[in-house]
Write a protein that binds this ligand. Structure first.
Ligand code: PHE
Length: 426
């Protein structure tokens, strides 16, 4: 039943037995919420872009979501057996073509064609994942990077050039916890291509730039919430790991009494720059999820809302893009009743991954499912067969579902589980 070819944004691709993109997800490739004026994802992008000066940072918002496995994984140093490559986690069009799982897929290309010392890319990204109020198979990320070229800085003096750029960054009054050394031999190593002083300075420029960004975002978050407190924002740096940066960090913000992870970043692996033919450059990069930030900015309680075409949703943000003073929290429209139903089944010959169950639910029921949870699982002591039970929570954001409708969704979904995953309903 798999199509032989599929067309995304006017380009046609040949599928093969790796193809696993559902029709729901395919239909979302044309939405580009980050480009839709007055959409909360677009407004969030605009706020973040405003922190990075033009023309130092060039903006790219139109990259196609279809990329090669090379661009998404190999070019960034992902090992061949990295779990992110699995069919259960990633949407493949064919064995060498996929829907990008992150904006980093465009790094190598931009380093190669670099038209400016820095860039920002916003785009839709795709991941197979669980079903709940903060996960959706399509979301938006922004990637940023800043490059220095040893051969192009005045007098070939890289250190002075980065120091000067550091001094040019505006000051901020946040409280920053950064107990980590600039790099750490085992946990967060310095690359052999960089001197300790170079990596330290690039790391400082990276951290100051992103602190300024987070400060700007949370100024809007607090203003929108009407919080008068003059307390400075509190953030902390945590060591992290990404295959394409070293050293690497995550930035967390103290918000509503907990540490909230907002972005990942680091000093780019020199091999990526070498492969791109720009071995003279040294670079930092970061990636941030836009829905996550938009949910805070507008107090949007459910990630499905971003895809709503309902005027009661979209109407609340009109005019904000041109005048950020109009930014205010989203007022949820009436909450419709939820209705849960369970489905229990024996697993057949075929191994199944939880994300496959999630995908069937999304495909058949679309956005009327709020979440899916594993309720129970056991192995029959005599036959050795494995049974699983899931609880599906049906609730539309836009209307009250009738009993008949919910039963129908549940029945169709159950049939599809049998058909696609070879399970036996109990
Ligand atoms: N691409 C990473 C992610 O999706 C984020 C990242 C970007 C980390 C750039 C480091 C540098 O999680």
């Amino acid at each position: 039943s798999k199509p032989e070819t599929i067309t995304i944004n006017n380009k046609t691709y040949q599928t093969d037995n790796w193809f696993n993109v559902s029709s729901t997800v395919l239909s979302l490739t044309s939405r580009k919420l980050h480009l839709q004026k007055d959409h909360p994802v677009q407004i969030t992008r605009q706020i973040i872009e405003s922190v990075f000066p033009n023309p130092t940072y060039k903006i790219y918002n139109e990259f196609d979501p279809v990329v090669s496995t090379h661009e998404n994984f190999d070019s960034l140093g992902f090992p061949p057996d990295h779990p992110g490559r699995a069919k259960t986690d990633t949407y493949y069009i064919n064995s060498s073509t996929l829907l990008r799982t992150h904006t980093s897929a465009h790094e190598a290309q931009l380093f190669r064609d670099s038209a400016s010392p820095g860039y920002l890319i916003s785009a839709d990204v795709y991941r197979r994942d669980e079903v709940d109020r903060s996960h959706y198979p399509v979301f938006h990320q922004m990637e940023g990077a800043r490059v220095w070229d040893r051969t192009k800085v005045p007098n070939g003096d890289l250190i002075s050039a980065i120091k000067k750029d550091l001094e040019l960054l505006p000051k901020h009054y946040m409280q920053v916890e950064d107990p980590n050394p600039p790099f750490h031999e085992e946990r967060n190593p310095l690359q052999s291509h960089h001197t300790a002083e170079e990596a330290t300075l690039v790391g400082q420029h990276l951290k100051r730039s992103l602190e300024l960004m987070v400060n700007e975002i949370f100024t809007h978050v607090k203003k929108a919430a009407g919080a008068e407190s003059e307390e400075p924002l509190k953030v902390r740096w945590v060591e992290a790991y990404f295959p394409f940066t070293s050293p690497s960090w995550e930035l967390e913000v103290w918000y509503q009494n907990e540490w909230l992870e907002v972005l990942g970043c680091g000093v780019s692996q020199q091999q990526i720059l070498i492969d791109a033919g720009v071995s003279n450059q040294i670079c930092w990069a970061f990636g941030i999820g836009l829905e996550r930030i938009a949910m805070l900015l507008f107090r949007i309680p459910d990630i499905r809302l971003f895809w709503s075409q309902d005027e009661r949703f979209l109407g609340q943000f009109r005019g904000v893009s041109d005048d950020l003073r109009k930014l205010k929290p989203f007022v949820p429209f009436s909450i419709h009743p939820a209705c849960w139903k369970d489905v229990a089944f024996w697993i057949g010959e075929q191994e199944i991954h939880e994300n496959d169950v999630m995908e069937v639910v999304r495909d058949v029921c679309g956005d009327v499912v709020e979440d899916v949870k594993l309720k129970d699982q056991f192995t029959h002591p005599k036959t050795g067969r494995k049974s699983m039970a899931y609880r599906i929570n049906y609730r539309s954001l836009e209307r009250t579902l009738t009993n008949r409708e919910t039963n129908r969704f549940h029945e169709d979904m159950t049939n599809e589980l049998t058909r696609r995953l070879g399970v036996e309903i109990r």
